[in-house]
Design a protein around this ligand. Sequence first.
Ligand code: 5AD
Ligand code: SF4
Length: 459
Amino acid sequence: MTEMRLTPLQYMERVAAHFGTAPHAVFVSTFGCQQNEADSERLCGMAHAMGYADAATEEEADLILINTCAIREHAELKVLSYLGTLKALKEKKPALLVGVCGCMPAQGHRVEQLKKSYPYVSFTLDPASLDKLPEVICTLLEGGRRRFVTGEENPPIAEGLPCARRVRHKAWVSIMYGCNNFCSYCIVPYVRGRERSRASGDILREVETLVADGCHDITLLGQNVNSYRGDCDFAALMEKIACLPGDFRLRFMTSHPKDVSDRLISVMAEHGDKIAPHFHLPLQSGSNDILARMNRRYTRERYLTTVGKLRAAMPHIALSTDIIVGFPGETEEDFNATLQVIEHVEFDMIYSFLYSPRKGTPAATMEAQVDAAARAARMERLLAVQNDIALRLATPYVDRTVRVLADARGKQEGILAGRTDTNRLVYFAAPEEMIGQFAYVKITRAEPFALRGELINPK
Ligand code: 5AD
Ligand code: SF4
């Protein structure tokens, strides 16, 4: 007999009632990008609503949720090796529930592997099905069989789910899910489905609540935020949020270079009091041939034009980028073209990745895969070039006073780590009570990837 489906909130109540006063705890492990961090906060929020407390370690947990990443093979191998370490726990505690969530179990071959080789995995949820967590837990607790859930391609966005935020002073706000771009190397469109945007009213309400709660740094998240299409476009959404009162700075990621509009650039320049002067604009390659094979739909010339517009409107804007090294067919000449763009633009920060073939993507079966030694040698060259640039750009910070949001304790006693509005890492001596507050710091030393300075305003 099939039972009528309840809402996620009703399932949460039912699980909480199932446990009654018996203590039960959840441990959430997150791999991958900021979208996953944000998703994990929802998973954790739902678990709390089901009465789970936070477990300090996996050993103390009754439910272990693993939020996984599939962007590169290395990410998947890390998850599988972590999963291996949980086998003994399940043997010791047969009632333990282990759930594998996120991008990895959105791939059929991985689900098959988990079914067969990891019998202690109790359930999987793909990124479009995370709101099914309460239902799945409920059926498992009531004696149901293992579940492997993959959602519809275009599921409605579940609003109003609880969220357990890890820190108060900064937050991620998803504005859209999925991706329609199908860059030829990328698994994301296959595992996260088509683009779906949240309504701007829901986003604005979430930001207002965060700001009222003391949040000072808000990052709007989406695979390609520039193609946000709620009831307005992305530039208009940014403007609406920037007009909200409160002491916060606004960031966003990730942008696709083909979609950066002039309007977005002018909104950023007009609202410099709220919108951080930082733009993450993944270049991937500086060679037009490779960009075409990547299906990126822009040329290096167009990319450089956008950079020129950003700098004309905001001379001190910090730029960061993603580069893939060793894409199939990348010649020395192609790679040199990438280095040229890097030298020309002078990025504050580069996230560089060795190309990793992803099953089911067009690039995985392209001819002329670059061998591992050549990829590694190119990566080394890129890192050396970027190291010099990063130091060159950091040096002028010395003797300047910058606003820093104190984020966390640094490695040394008495030292805090924070970020400038341009997203540079800064270490400075300050009391721990300053974590979560804006501070003004005079920079005394510049290193390629960190600045060091002195607090000048103990607030
Ligand atoms: N191999 C290497 N890097 C990849 N990225 C995406 N897919 C791959 C892949 N198959 C990188 C891109 C993207 C970033 C999030 O990850 O640079 O911008
Ligand atoms: Fe992947 Fe391209 Fe979509 Fe980014 S824009 S998520 S790289 S397919």
